[in-house]
Design a protein around this ligand. Structure first.
Ligand code: UDP
Ligand code: MG
Length: 329
């Protein structure tokens, strides 16, 4: 498959119910494009029959390749494994649940032909709960202010990358990966178009409220040190306010003599300062924790088996997949 033109990378976690329908839909869109293609499935440690299904798809069709993880490592790790596996000149990342409509692929490929290194399909928020839309919109607004890279509402992982862009993504060695930020950080000419949001075809979403919150914090912290800067600003503002207050007290004492001590003021100041210090410590802790994770140089994932080494079924990765699994950076 040396002259593969398009690779489609699909992270899958417990997608047993939908994976075959997805595969049929994808192939029926890719074949008429008359391009050589491969589909790279990454089983992210599914506990249902996803792995078996992907395995049989690969046996039936030489254009299908797969990697299976030893446990669930998360979508970021799965996308990374897929990008590393891909050999196409253009690589499309998409979800397995048909929320990223395969029918959009020809349009993405056409835009790639016009010279764009990244083509982003941006979803609107049709059919989404009002609360989720509100929270997401607020989050993206806050992100826009706090982050050094721009992350746009609705622009997710459904995108096409040129080989040059894929190489740029793979050159970033960090352990804590936040793809939305990474895609924006690498730059290149980017085209985007909007499509109507669709519901998942079958199965259920793996993103509960807490996961989303943690993902949001990850996004905020992984791409800049602005929260630390914010802590310094808050500290300076408080110090200035305290200085002003002290001067006012001194003047008051000089003019009116010593009055009754203000316990309420004292207590409020102590509690407020304690809270701010704790929050700041937490922010610093987040960064220190990340440094700790990065210094361990752990691989992003462990491969159980892959289409290149189909007979390996133990937890020890095969020699050829080991380069993918142990390469942390
Ligand atoms: N996914 C994954 N690992 C995970 C969670 C999700 O590979 O730990 C995959 C999942 O199989 C799907 C895609 O990532 O192909 C998006 O997940 P999901 O549909 O649950 O997210 P949502 O669309 O609700 O944001
Ligand atoms: Mg989904």
């Amino acid at each position: 498959m040396k002259t593969c033109q398009v690779s489609v990378v699909v992270p899958c976690f417990n997608e047993d119910e939908v994976i075959e329908a997805f595969h049929r839909a994808l192939v029926s869109v890719l074949e008429p494009t008359r391009r050589t293609f491969e589909i790279c499935y990454v089983d992210d440690g599914s506990s249902d029959r996803t792995r078996a299904r992907i395995g049989s798809l690969a046996t039936a069709d030489r254009r299908v390749r797969y990697t299976s993880f030893s446990r669930n490592f998360g979508k970021e790790a799965a996308m990374l494994a897929g990008l590393r596996m891909s050999r196409g000149d253009a690589v499309v990342l998409m979800d397995a649940d048909l929320q990223h409509p395969p029918e959009l692929l020809p349009r993405m490929l056409e835009l790639r032909q016009r010279g764009y290194d990244q083509v982003v399909a941006r979803r609107d928020r049709t059919g989404e709960g009002a609360l989720r839309t509100l929270l997401s919109t607020a989050y993206y607004r806050a992100m826009g202010r706090c982050m050094d890279v721009s992350v746009i509402d609705g622009e997710g992982d459904f995108r096409l990358l040129s080989r040059t862009a894929v190489d740029a993504v793979l050159a970033l060695p960090e352990t804590n990966r936040f793809s939305k930020g990474i895609f924006s950080w690498i730059g290149f000419d980017t085209a985007a178009f909007t499509y109507r949001n669709v519901r998942r075809a079958a199965g259920s979403s793996k993103w509960g409220g807490r996961n989303l919150l943690n993902y949001g914090i990850d996004g905020l912290i992984s791409f800049n040190t602005r929260p630390l800067r914010l802590a310094i600003h808050a500290g300076l503002a408080l110090a200035l306010a305290a200085l002003g207050y002290a001067l006012w007290i001194i003047a008051d004492v000089a003019l009116h003599g010593v009055g009754v001590p203000g316990y309420t003021t004292l207590l409020t100041a102590v509690v407020a300062l304690g809270g701010i210090q704790l929050a700041t410590l937490g922010v610093i802790g987040e960064y220190v924790g990340r440094i700790y994770c990065e210094t361990k140089h752990r691989p992003h994932y462990v491969v159980r088996e892959s289409s290149e080494s189909p007979h390996v079924s133990s937890n020890v990765p095969a020699s050829d997949s080991a380069s993918a699994s142990v390469d942390a950076g």
